[in-house]
Design a protein around this ligand. Structure first.
Ligand code: BES
Ligand code: ZN
Length: 880
């Protein structure tokens, strides 16, 4: 039991650990009714700690202590203090061996942190603070030890026994049991510890590193998943090669293992040499995984692998530095995905997530800097700000330094800090030292929360041929942070002539052939830039490729946006212009009278996209997607979701009706011929075709229905089958919808990953995911409250993606979510705390909605024995 009240932990109270652990020897005795953990630590006083008489303090959580001995002598109960969440041993010598034996019950662990059971196998999740529910230990990342782990279990039920490092010994034991001992030669923090025991099949491969070492690659999965490993294994090899080529990072152990488990709070975990994955983030086959899942798997396998250097060899000093490993590694996996596919499409996807969800977080009650200054519950801080904004910050450093100096900086960082636990400041300093650049103002990106607003005004002086940009920046107030300083913003831009030609950017009258793109470095609240030698007023293309995570304000006319949509040489900005135009059109229809006109030029622009086959189809596929409701909410004040939804639907209907024949043409043309392939082109065609199909069904087109039924029947891959199902589900063809849903479930009921897709297609659909239907899904035999993926695919999809159904004027959606959060809080607080997030931004919504959201939060606050996880989120949301 957690007994103490949640407390706030502050970065500026960081103290070095009083004791260090050099070695830890673990022995796990695994049984059906529990596990006994024997831990022997070699401990010494930390020479850097001034307090030499400090007691030894070990963290613990939900442990049953069986015995403690020091240098081989059992301690009696007076010699230590078992405080439940701490084991305190006063008067310890400067160097000693401490042995602790604990009893835990993995079979009853529903929080899925520490050691737990998932479909009959034992597995662990120790980041951030799960190791303390395995044994008493200084559970902080700046205590790094060498681990030796012996696992003992029943041989028939658990033939496979895994831990970090290399296997060094194995043998038989009495009572049909066996053991395996593993040794990890690299010192690591406890959060990187892992153990797996189960009846798993082994998939083998090898990789030869750049220096010629042969690495054994292994995947361990339940027998029924044996055929779903190839894609992840190939992704792993691509990632290993890429990290050698792009970052000069070679793998360091002789074996690298991946395990798939069904019950997992997150996507995956980078435990040294033994990555553990949520099944849905690693298992795939053409017939069960969509293009999006394949791409996610490739990215996440790479992400966890990349942590071997950015996270494991060089780790975090404390959890305030989380973005040191996560932001950097997300940046690395994004570069990898860009190299494996279409860089523009990858950028569009990342920016969409950033602008929709991270900007919202940064403007809400949970806003915090990339390096937070305080937290209550660390598991609440695995946020979009730490991950996505953190990655943007590293991307900006890359942009400011250029690729070569950035690589020099990362080499220096890895070399200088190998084997250490360090800070984001150490990372920036390595970048500075390698490049000679001063990043002192840039550091504000780590310290100040909130999304900077960059306002651009332009003036054209015809007589002088000078075009001037006046650029202001400001960083908004966030909870606990006001009066912020201007930040160092790399602002990429270009200028276009009326004919659509790129113009030279001459910063003075003397300059003649300036470059066609420049990166302006904004450092002050107000700056002006003059561009010379221009014989006409140019159209500006601002913040190309989204060079900084900021909001740009500029009074674009619809003509300018239409122009940029078809002429900007920057693919990202072409897409962005289309989004801005669509946003403008939708916004102008919110609350407009019934017969209000939909901008005719929008129809023309979309017709071009649909019919001009010379355009990059991958970009077209993205440009056709209208801005999501969530993004429209994010852009509005006092959001009225039903009104936003209605306006967006109106535009969609109008476009689909006006472009009906073009959609049919596009659908028929965009058929990927031949075998299923995962190239950017093939993915784009499937996406394009499924969008055309969805639009046709949106207007209840009979030919569209025929396409959908035939596509469903003949699909040779899950992207097309699910695309057809989704289009039917989101249509008004009620009978066909029911029929297709039934057929789909029957076909895939024994595949949990596909059943999750089936749940989320319904829960995120306005047509199929109204509250009573959500209730039915929760009662479905395949639903399981103990499985986070199932909870996310129903409750998470409803509250996070089905906005118009969730934001019902009677508040029923809010109350429903509050009830589910309370119910989950008792079994899995981390998932409960994540699930509640749609309620936290109640201030963003029109008062009628906001007040009811607030009431739902208050209802959660009133629950007895609220976990610290949910408590922190509710407290901050209500006191904002
Ligand atoms: N280290 C995290 C996993 C983690 C986070 C475990 C929080 C426990 C608590 C891992 O490297 C990670 O970041 N995983 C992401 C996916 C990744 C591709 C961004 C995840 O699990 O969502
Ligand atoms: Zn990570």
């Amino acid at each position: 039991m957690r007994t103490s009240q949640p407390q706030t932990i502050y970065l500026n109270e960081y103290k070095v650990p009083a004791y260090l652990v050099d070695h830890v020897d673990l022995r796990f005795e695994l049984f059906e009714n529990g596990a006994r953990v024997h831990s022997t630590m070699t401990v010494r006083r930390n020479p850097e700690c001034v307090q030499s008489k400090a007691p030894l303090e070990l963290d613990g959580d939900s442990l049953k202590l069986e015995s403690v001995s020091l240098d081989g002598l059992p301690l009696d109960a007076e010699a230590y203090d078992d405080q439940g969440d701490k084991l305190v041993v006063p008067n310890v010598p400067a160097q000693f061996e401490l042995n602790v034996v604990t009893w835990i019950e993995p079979q009853n662990n529903t929080r899925l942190e520490g050691l737990y059971k998932s479909s009959g196998m034992f597995c662990t999740q120790c980041e951030a603070e799960g190791f303390r529910s395995i044994t008493y230990y200084p559970d902080r990342p700046d205590v790094m030890a060498m681990f030796r782990t012996r696992i003992e279990a029943d041989k028939a039920a658990y033939p496979i026994l895994l831990s970090n490092g290399n296997p060094v010994e194995q043998g038989e034991l009495a009572g049909d049991r066996h053991f395996v001992t593993w040794e990890d030669p690299f010192p690591k923090p406890a959060y990187l510890f892992a153990l797996v025991a189960g009846d798993l099949v082994e998939k083998k491969d090898t990789f030869t590193t750049c220096s010629g070492r042969a690495i054994d690659l292994r995947m361990y999965v339940e027998p029924r998943n044996a055929e779903k490993c190839d894609f992840a294994m190939d992704s792993l090899k691509r990632a290993m090669r890429w990290d050698e080529e792009v970052y000069g990072r070679e793998y360091d152990l002789d074996i690298f293992m991946i395990v798939a488990v069904d019950d997992f709070n997150m996507g995956a975990m980078e435990n040294k040499g033994l990555n553990i994955f949520n099944s849905s983030c690693v298992l795939a086959s053409q017939n069960t995984a969509t293009d999006a899942s394949f791409q996610r798997i490739e990215a996440i396998v790479a992400h966890e692998y990349f942590h071997n250097w950015s996270g494991n060899r060089v780790t975090c000093r404390d959890w305030f530095q989380l973005s040191l490993k996560e932001g950097f590694t997300v940046f690395r996996d994004a570069q990898f995905s860009a190299d494996m596919g279409s860089p523009t499409v990858k950028r569009i996807e990342d920016v969409t997530l950033l602008r929709t969800a991270q900007f919202a977080e940064d403007a809400g009650p949970m806003a915090h800097p990339v390096r937070p200054a305080s937290y209550m519950e660390i598991s609440n801080f695995y946020t979009l700000t730490i991950y996505e904004k953190g990655a943007e910050v590293v991307r900006m450093i890359n942009h400011l330094l250029g690729d070569d100096l950035f690589r020099k900086g990362s080499d220096l960082y890895f070399e200088r800090h190998d084997g250490q636990a360090v800070t984001t400041d150490d990372f920036v300093r390595a970048m500075e030292d390698a490049s000679g650049r001063d990043l002192s103002q840039f550091r504000l990106w780590y310290e100040q929360a909130g999304t900077p607003v960059v306002t651009v005004a332009d003036h054209y002086d015809e007589d002088r041929g000078v075009y001037r940009l006046d650029i202001c920046q400001s960083v908004p107030d966030t909870p606990g942070q006001t009066g912020k300083k201007p930040q160092h913003i790399p602002f990429a831009l270009g200028l276009l002539s009326r004919a659509g030609e790129p113009l030279p950017l001459n910063l003075s009258a003397a300059e003649q052939d300036g470059p066609q793109e420049r990166v302006l470095e904004l450092t002050e609240s107000e700056q002006s830039f003059e561009f010379h030698g221009l014989s006409e007023r140019p159209v500006p293309s601002l913040l190309r490729n989204f060079s900084a995570p900021v909001r740009v304000q500029y009074p674009w006319s619809r003509d300018q946006l239409l122009f940029l949509m078809s002429h900007d040489p920057d693919g990202f900005n072409r897409w962005d212009a289309g989004q801005r135009l669509a946003v403008d059109v939708i916004q102008s229809l919110i609350g407009a009278p019934e017969g209000a006109e939909v901008e005719p030029r929008l129809v023309g622009a979309y017709r071009n996209l649909l019919s001009d086959v010379s355009l990059d189809q991958a970009l077209v596929a993205k440009m056709l997607l209208l801005p999501s409701e969530a993004y429209l909410v994010e852009l509005s004040e006092q959001a009225d979701v039903p009104a936003i939804y209605a306006a967006r639907q109106k535009v969609l209907t109008h476009l689909a009706e006006s472009l009906r024949d073009d959609l049919v043409g596009c659908y028929q043309r965009s058929r990927a011929e031949g075998e299923y392939q995962l190239t950017p082109q093939a993915i784009a065609l499937r996406s394009l075709r499924n969008t055309a199909l969805a639009w046709l069904l949106h207007i209840k087109d009979e030919q569209g229905l025929a396409f959908a039924l035939e596509q469903y029947r003949s699909a040779d891959n899950m992207t097309d089958r699910l695309g057809a199902l989704r289009a039917l589900v989101n249509s008004d063809f009620a009978d066909e919808r029911e029929q297709a849903l039934r057929a789909f479930y029957e076909q895939y009921s024994d595949d949990p990953q596909v059943v999750e897709l089936w749940f989320s297609v319904q829960a995120s659909s306005y047509q199929a995911g109204q509250l009573p239907q959500i209730q039915t899904l929760l009662d479905h035999p395949a639903f399981d409250w103990k499985n986070p993926n199932k909870v996310r695919s129903v409750v998470g999809a409803f509250a996070g993606q089905n906005l118009a159904a969730f934001h019902k004027a009677d508040g029923s959606g809010y109350q429903f979510l509050a009830d589910q959060v309370c119910r989950l809080d008792d079994s899995n607080p981390q998932i409960a705390a994540r699930l509640i997030s749609p309620l936290t931004r109640w201030k963003k919504f029109a008062p009628h909605y906001g007040q009811q959201m607030k009431a739902a939060l208050e209802c959660v606050r009133g629950k007895s024995e609220l976990s610290p996880d949910v408590y922190e989120v509710v407290l901050k949301s209500l006191s904002d």
